[in-house]
Ligand binder design. Structure first.
Ligand code: OGA
Ligand code: MN
Length: 213
């Protein structure tokens, strides 16, 4: 497999090293408990509060003609997070993200200069069809980052699995990843196609991108 970036072995932080190794070996990484139960709770409170304030809008809708097309592609509602106006939960969120970004830049020369994150809620019955995260014509997106904020008792029957399509020796393989709370999935934005299967129970997450210049 093509190496997408260099990695200076410093081995200071085992968690970050695991993420880097996974990315180099398979172009994605799954980290359970990247956020602990208390952090997930605070972030879920934040998403619920904003949702009640009606701050969310339908994802990526350009105009009315596009609306039905969009709905057949993705049904989530999103809210971009403004890092300049963060609440307590978001401060906590960004401190963890920034620590990871600094480590990646220092040990992998990734050159992450920008980031963008949004909350996402998938109401019952919605999904996000198979896609590549660079389809919005932004080739600065380097790493995609998804963090799940669902209830502790989230069950596989609730649907909403993230499916990542990987290539193993020329054969396409589907990796099925459940959106368990605290779990984070990081993957190469420009390489891996993925989708969100239809959800049976409202599904909460934060999705974002680490971007180069
Ligand atoms: C996206 C996306 C995956 C997920 O928002 O682009 O692919 O598991 N999300 O929520
Ligand atoms: Mn995506």
């Amino acid at each position: 497999m093509q190496m997408l970036f260099e990695h200076l072995e410093v081995a200071e932080n085992p968690l970050y090293e695991k993420i880097i190794d996974d990315l180099l070996n398979q172009q994605y990484s799954i980290v359970d408990d990247f956020f602990n139960a208390d952090e997930v709770l605070k972030l879920r409170e934040s998403i619920l509060l904003k949702y009640e304030e009606d701050a969310f809008k339908k994802a990526a809708i350009g105009n009315r003609v596009n609306e039905t097309i969009e709905k057949s592609i993705r049904g989530d509602v999103i809210l971009w997070i403004d890092e300049q106006e963060q609440n307590g939960a978001e401060t906590l969120f960004f401190s963890k993200i920034n620590a990871l970004v600094q480590y990646l830049n220092r040990t992998c020369f990734l050159g992450i200069l920008h980031k963008e994150f949004h909350y996402a809620i998938y109401p019952k019955g919605t999904f996000y069809k198979r896609h590549l995260d660079t389809f919005q014509n932004d080739d600065r997106r380097k790493l995609s980052f998804v963090c799940y904020l669902n209830d502790e008792d989230w069950a596989p029957e609730n649907g909403g699995e993230l499916v990542i399509y990987t290539d193993e020796n020329g054969v396409e393989v589907e990796k099925v990843i459940y959106p368990f709370p605290g779990r984070v999935v990081v993957f190469e934005s420009q390489v891996l196609e993925h989708e969100v299967k239809p959800v049976n129970t409202k599904r909460y997450s934060i999705t974002g991108w680490l971007k180069t210049r």
